[in-house]
Design a protein around this ligand. Structure first.
Ligand code: AMP
Length: 191
């Protein structure tokens, strides 16, 4: 089974991505984590994207596609993937779909983690204390939420129209959210 996990910053993509990947035996591929690793290692790609990430803007489509797609296709060939934080725009979804379809690596379902804005803010600012991410400060978070509304939210209609969307209430404790997702996936067959 191949899954996409999308949602606003702070909705729990990383946490649920890890939990679900383990529970379902899928490879967890987190777009933001892969980008942060490049920045950390100061690779040419990392240097190219660090300022954009610090501002909370999206990195160019070609960069994220180039970084993710080889991993996505390889995971689809193995036990399947759970992709978190990608796509973040309809353009990315369309491009990825072309590449995945050719390789027989299309997603079977899309999980959308939904939570109210004040809860997202609360979680991100709490996480900032623990993880110290550069982009978890109030100014950048406001931009990330705006980028989400403009670029990413249209994916909800895009995937709903394709009958792939499962909206999950992410404003609950971790275990309850995981259980909801697993229940929503009941009946989504591998293939
Ligand atoms: P995340 O860890 O998912 O919150 O992502 C952190 C940052 O990485 C985002 O604010 C973007 O700057 C960048 N990023 C992550 N995923 C993508 C993507 N699919 N497309 C473009 N930029 C991304």
């Amino acid at each position: 089974m191949n899954l996409l996990l999308i949602g606003p910053p702070g909705s729990g993509k990383g946490t649920q991505g890890e939990r679900l990947a383990q529970r379902l035996g899928l490879e967890h591929i987190a777009a933001g984590d892969l980008l942060r690793a490049e920045v950390e290692a100061q690779t040419p790609l990392g240097r190219r994207v660090s300022e954009l990430m610090q501002r909370g803007d999206l990195v160019p489509d070609a960069v994220i596609l180039g970084l993710l797609m080889p991993k996505v296709l390889a995971a689809a060939d193995a036990n399947g993937y759970l992709l978190d934080g990608f796509p973040r725009s309809v353009e990315q979804a369309v491009e990825a779909r072309k590449l995945a379809e050719q390789a027989g690596a299309s997603p079977n379902a899309v999980i959308y983690l939904d939570a109210p804005r004040d809860e997202l803010m609360r979680r991100i600012l709490a996480r900032a204390e623990i993880e110290g991410r550069d982009d978890d400060n109030p100014t950048t978070v406001a931009n990330r939420l705006e980028v989400f509304e403009e670029a990413t939210r249209p994916l909800v209609d895009y995937y709903r129209d394709r009958g792939m969307l499962h909206i999950v209430d992410a404003n609950m404790d971790e275990q309850a959210v995981t259980d909801q997702i697993v229940a929503a996936l009941d009946g989504v067959c591998a293939g």
